[in-house]
Design a protein around this ligand. Structure first.
Ligand code: FES
Length: 158
């Protein structure tokens, strides 16, 4: 039986370099990150070097080479969000989650990252949870949001 990466690659024509980003997006979405094995398989499938795969994947912030948490929390640190206290929100999330921005909790439940301007400055400061924007955040709203997420991620019998 084909491994998950081979299964993904089977949907894309071999040697078709134009499908690189689509393949990377699919692997990132399904596997949660780009493993060395995935990069190797992609480079072989498209007949391009691994360094070409890496250079594209490192260009876009949405790709990760380490496993991410089930829930991905991003805080915008663009200028408009920053001047409205985004850095304090990052610090609070780091404290509550016990990780630094860019990190993932040891149980792989949460990843915390900072991002550049999301293009919705009027809503700042913005916290994005699994692609959903939460605007005009402050410390209190951040705590409430995290408690809500933690409640949703809790196993049923705990
Ligand atoms: S600075 Fe945060 S959305 Fe623009």
């Amino acid at each position: 039986m084909a491994n998950p990466i081979e299964k993904i690659l089977s949907h894309y024509e071999s040697r078709d370099k134009s499908s690189l980003i689509a393949i990377l997006q699919t692997v990132q979405k399904q596997e949660g990150y780009l493993s060395p094995e995935a990069v190797d398989s992609i480079s072989k499938h498209l007949r391009i070097s691994k360094s070409q795969v890496f250079s594209i994947a490192t260009f876009y912030r949405s790709f990760s080479f380490t496993p991410k948490g089930k829930c991905c929390i991003s805080v915008c640190l663009g200028t408009a969000c920053h001047v409205r206290g985004a850095a304090i929100i990052v610090e609070e999330l780091e404290r509550l989650l016990g990780i630094k921005a860019g990190g993932t909790t040891p149980d792989f439940k949460y990843s915390l990252e900072t991002v550049n301007c999301l293009g919705a400055c009027a809503l700042g400061p913005i916290v994005v949870v699994d692609g959903k924007y939460h605007g005009q955040m402050n410390i209190g709203k951040t705590k409430t949001l995290l408690e809500k997420i933690q409640g949703e991620l809790k196993p049923e019998n705990s």
